[in-house]
Design a protein around this ligand. Structure first.
Ligand code: PBG
Length: 310
């Protein structure tokens, strides 16, 4: 009766990885429960998730080919573009959110175009992000979620979407994205680990909270519609501060490493996976997140349907 925070399957967003081929469902060993799915399998899983009450998926692509700039990210027949068409057809009411970034598409694994010295060229990358976003919107993306952390990207993407007739397509900005060691298993799942260096030049320092709010503010000024904090559990203070300061919907990403830790400890018999998952999700919601992106979305939805809240 007096419980302050609730969980419902409608609070969750399920990340999915789409790869070339047919009838592919290859498990990601460092991320139990996550798979690389070919488009046919992706549609089946997305339909099941939607039937479990999960309203939205977040799509990541594993392209057939990579190059220095990541041009397959804006190909009209690219892997995510094709997946979007199949999902629009197969599960029309599911919300299709797409991750916009280049680390899965460049042969060096960085999130943008490189200069000769190996650093990322922020401004040149902006044009490519705009291209990628428009191409994904054309293929049926409902929400554009840029995760690259280039300065000015939300504005550049907003302008391009508006010009191309997608003024109504919202942007879910990875507004406060920290340079985190908790992304490890994701880079196995998406094949996106940088071949040299790290992402500290464009992702945020875990030590900085005020700077995170400043980053969020810039994205709001540039037109972000929904705001993301990532990772979630090590940054619950940031979730709370963003909640208190901005009226926008707040989304927190329980990232691969956070989720893999629960699974690994549970596999050793050290913690109870189900209880830890649900406790982590309710904590993220209590901190102020409206929605949580989690690899445990389907497990949580199943537990809720079995009466977990009671
Ligand atoms: C792409 C991207 C990453 C994640 C989401 N989008 C990886 C990274 O920044 O290295 C991580 C998600 C996770 O760990 O679950 N830039």
């Amino acid at each position: 009766m007096v419980r302050e925070t609730s969980l419902s399957p409608s609070d969750f967003i399920l990340p999915l990885f789409v790869c070339p081929g047919e009838e592919v469902a290859s498990p990601v060993s460092s991320l139990p429960g996550a798979f690389q799915h070919s488009i046919d399998q992706l549609v089946i899983v997305a339909k099941e998730a939607f039937d479990d009450g999960i309203p939205a998926v977040l799509l990541f692509g594993l392209p057939e080919s990579k190059d220095a700039v990541g041009s397959s990210a804006w190909a009209d027949d690219g892997i995510v573009q094709r997946a979007l068409r199949a999902l629009s057809e197969g599960v029309p009411d599911l919300v299709r959110i797409v991750d916009v970034c280049f680390c899965e598409y460049t042969d060096h694994g960085h999130c943008g175009v490189l200069r000769e010295d190996g650093s990322v060229d922020n401004d040149q990358t902006l044009d490519n992000l705009a291209h990628q976003s428009v191409s994904l919107a054309r293929a049926g993306a409902d929400v554009i979620a840029p995760s690259d952390m280039m300065d000015g990207r939300v504005g550049a993407i907003r302008q391009a979407l508006d010009q191309e007739g997608f003024a109504e397509t919202p942007i879910l900005s990875y507004a406060a994205k920290f340079s985190s060691a908790f992304y490890g298993p994701f880079r196995d799942a998406a094949g996106s680990a940088p071949s040299f260096g790290d992402r500290r030049g464009y992702q945020m320092d875990p030590a900085n909270g005020r700077e995170a709010l400043h980053e969020v503010e810039l994205d709001v000024e540039e037109g972000a519609d929904l705001l993301m904090v990532k990772p979630a559990m090590p940054y619950l203070d940031i979730v709370r501060r963003v909640r208190d300061r901005f009226p926008h919907p707040v989304v927190a990403y329980q990232v691969s490493g956070e989720y893999a830790m629960l699974r690994a400890a549970a596999a050793n018999g050290w913690v109870d996976y189900e209880r830890c998952l649900m406790e982590s999700l309710v904590s993220i919601r209590r901190a102020g997140a409206d929605m949580v992106i989690t690899y445990g979305a389907r497990d949580a939805a199943r537990l809720l349907s079995q009466g977990w809240n009671e």
